[in-house]
Design a protein around this ligand. Structure first.
Ligand SMILES: NC(=O)c1ccc[n+]([C@@H]2O[C@H](COP(=O)([O-])OP(=O)(O)OC[C@H]3O[C@@H](n4cnc5c(N)ncnc54)[C@H](O)[C@@H]3O)[C@@H](O)[C@H]2O)c1
Length: 336
């Protein structure tokens, strides 16, 4: 029986990962370590909270003694780190907490891995660490070898953590892997990110704020496909390696917003263009040959199906997102 610590498991991707692991590997003991910031929600984990092979621990990955205590008690085989401050707009307003959680926190978790010994530490990273590509050269993609060129304090903090993870591999031989994924969408995403923000604003009859000209391109992946990729990497991926993960489903932000309006039967006149985000990257796109060829991973959910499922989930789970919006800290930049 393996035991796995999932840091940040009360957030969007982490909670979906817990549900995936419960189904795919019911024999694993799962320990979720989460600080429950505004983005973490214990109610999301209700379906697993009372299960015998599941434990929830409220704690901060930056709290060294708390993290060591947990490792002492649980002696995990695997650690997957989703815990992060994850919203670019908030990082522009207040970078400090991003540096603390995303870099220092990853370092504390890896120190605990060194002290107690583990089979694998996996760092969940992002395609944003590579920076932007131009819109007029659609044939360009970032590979795992591309240099890091982060644009925002958020992506810089993620890039910093990635460098630290690779340094722990080189210096201490810690068995690490990193996945760098494109934009995820699906259930339980906090309604400050593009898709849930637009869906919930539509459902509330509020304006749909779109940055700049709306032509920024993001590469969208249904969250369950990302979870399956991480599951494969932690079991079959090679230590010391980075794997890009994406759906090869590039879309302009404005086209996503229009599709959401169409699905919900709302007029496009709700769309309002707002001044562009500072340092806003134009296009993200990554080459995923490595994970496809080496591990046989490929995305299973088409965007047309995934977006319908996601919208339906938000329509049916108003209590979840109403509550999330109420708990969100004030921000000048975010139009909830
Ligand atoms: N959402 C995306 O599209 C996307 C894409 C690529 C990579 N990622 C990465 O995946 C990871 C998860 O993203 P998400 O969208 O689920 O984020 P999220 O903001 O929904 O969840 C983050 C979780 O981490 C927890 N957390 C924050 N600070 C913590 C701390 N100091 N100690 C313990 N827990 C803490 C929060 O309470 C929350 O439950 C992040 O590392 C993010 O950079 C996200």
């Amino acid at each position: 029986m393996k035991s796995i610590i999932i840091a940040g498991g009360a957030g969007f991707i982490g909670s979906n990962f817990i549900f995936h692991m419960r189904k795919a590997h019911p024999e694993y003991r799962i320990i979720c370590l989460d600080k429950l910031t505004y983005a973490g929600n214990l109610s999301t984990l209700r379906p697993v909270l009372e299960q015998p092979k599941f434990r929830f621990v409220k704690g901060d990955i930056c709290d060294r003694s708390g993290v060591y205590r947990l490792f002492e008690e649980e002696r995990p085989d695997i650690v997957v780190n989703f815990a992060a401050e994850s919203h670019v707009d908030r990082s522009i307003e207040n970078p400090r907490i991003f540096l603390e959680t995303n870099i220092i926190g990853a370092g504390v978790l890896m120190d605990a891995c060194r002290k107690y010994g583990i089979e694998r530490y996996h760092q969940v990273s992002t395609d944003e660490v590579y920076g932007e590509l131009p819109l007029d050269q659609p044939e360009l993609y970032f590979t795992e070898e591309s240099p890091l060129h982060a644009s925002s304090p958020y992506s810089a903090s993620k890039a910093g953590a990635d460098l630290l993870v690779m340094a722990y591999y080189r210096t201490y031989g810690l068995p690490v892997t990193i996945s760098r994924c494109g934009n995820n969408y699906g259930p339980y995403q906090f309604p400050e990110k593009l898709i849930p923000l637009m869906v919930t604003n539509c459902l509330n009859g509020k304006p749909l704020p779109v940055y700049g000209d709306g032509l920024n391109v993001r590469d969208w992946l249904y969250v369950e496909d990302h979870c399956k990729a991480i599951d494969l990497i932690i079991r079959k991926g090679r230590a010391g390696e980075i794997y890009n993960v994406s759906g090869h489903n590039e879309m302009h932000n404005i086209d996503i917003v229009k599709q959401i309006c169409k699905e919900l039967g709302k007029p496009e006149s709700l769309i309002t263009y707002v001044p562009d985000r500072k340092g806003h990257d134009r296009r993200y796109a990554i080459d995923t040959s490595k994970i496809r060829n080496e591990l046989g991973w490929q995305p299973e959910t088409e965007f047309t199906d995934g977006i319908k499922k996601t919208i339906r989930w938000y329509v049916e789970n108003r209590d979840w997102w109403d509550d999330a919006i109420k708990r969100a800290p004030e921000s000048a930049a975010i139009i909830l």
